[in-house]
Design a protein around this ligand. Sequence first.
Ligand SMILES: Cc1ncc(COP(=O)(O)O)c(C=O)c1O
Length: 391
Amino acid sequence: MRDFVAKHVADLPPSGIRKFFDVVATMPDVVSLGVGEPDFKTPERVRQAAIDLLEEGRTRYTANLGIPALRERISHYLGRRFHTVYDPASQILCTIGASEAIDVALRTILEPGDEVLVIEPCYVSYKPSIILQHGVPIVVTTKVKNDFKLMPEELEEAITEKTKAIILPYPNNPTGAIMEKEDLEKIAPILIKHDLLVISDEIYAELTYGAKDHVSIASIDGMYERTIVLNGFSKSFAMTGWRLGYAAGPKDLIAQMNKIHAYVVMSAPVMSQQAAIEALRDDTLCDEDVSVMRQAYDERRKYLLGEFHRLGLPCFEPKGAFYVFPSIQKTGMGSEGFCEKLLFKSGVAVVPGNAFGECGEGFVRISYAYSVEELKVCIEKIEKFLLENNR
Ligand SMILES: Cc1ncc(COP(=O)(O)O)c(C=O)c1O
């Protein structure tokens, strides 16, 4: 029998995170700081909205774009929080997580050979999603000395006549870096000059720390018409398993994205959409739910930064998301070697930095979507591990 699998699919490497956690899953008594999902429960009122819908048996398909009331709430929310105005009838598409939105956005725009800039270290799905559309990912490497921000000169250098789009990954998984308004204002003229589309993954927009709120690149002059903003409920409302995200952007692009979405998945799950309406129903309740979690993450962030400082491992101060990205270069071990040894010798699972791109070598990603008690246990074990390895 012939090999039915397409070559570009067979050639796609499995996610580095998955590979690592397949091993972790076979080991009893491992404490993990590996997973990027909130340890909080979805707020009670949000869960109840889905329960009510199920009990009433209102379990049909929804409009392809999503329930109109949800799109209205999302539109209101984006305007209120990030000062961007989207027409709920034509500029918002509810998707199965931001994950589907990434895929559909790329399917909509890419022709074979089109180049897409990928800013590494970054979330693992961007490059494979580009390759699956026969596009070409072009990596732009960010550096700790630049706070892992995308620098204008590095952006300019990576652009060729084949570049069509850029995936902007801020607040960033795995580094926790953010791009502030003035950083975005520096790259916007370059994106406009080269007529590029921005796919801005803002799934961690609610999780930024310090006085300033997240700034969406769509709110920068000249960028609204060339930006598809991706966001969702997984991180800010602790709703990973509900699988609900959305894309907001120019009407024509959203219409084409909706065409693919309608053929492939029809609509996002109705109970998740109903729950999300409740999540965004009342501005005060919505902000309270988010801020309780944000404050808890912030405490953990500060705790971990202090601990890595004490342990002598240099750690970039993350300003967003829920990860720290300490350098382990001092230990003399590579990222994978460090993580494997830490796992097998000390029973602690963290993710090798190079799972997020080659430039993540020398770092590890530690998620603080875990309780302070769990973090303390892990830090004790890491301290012991470092002492045993003479660091
Ligand atoms: C940067 C980033 N984008 C997108 C996603 C996917 O989110 P969703 O659960 O909405 O599909 C994740 C999940 O970890 C992520 O870290």
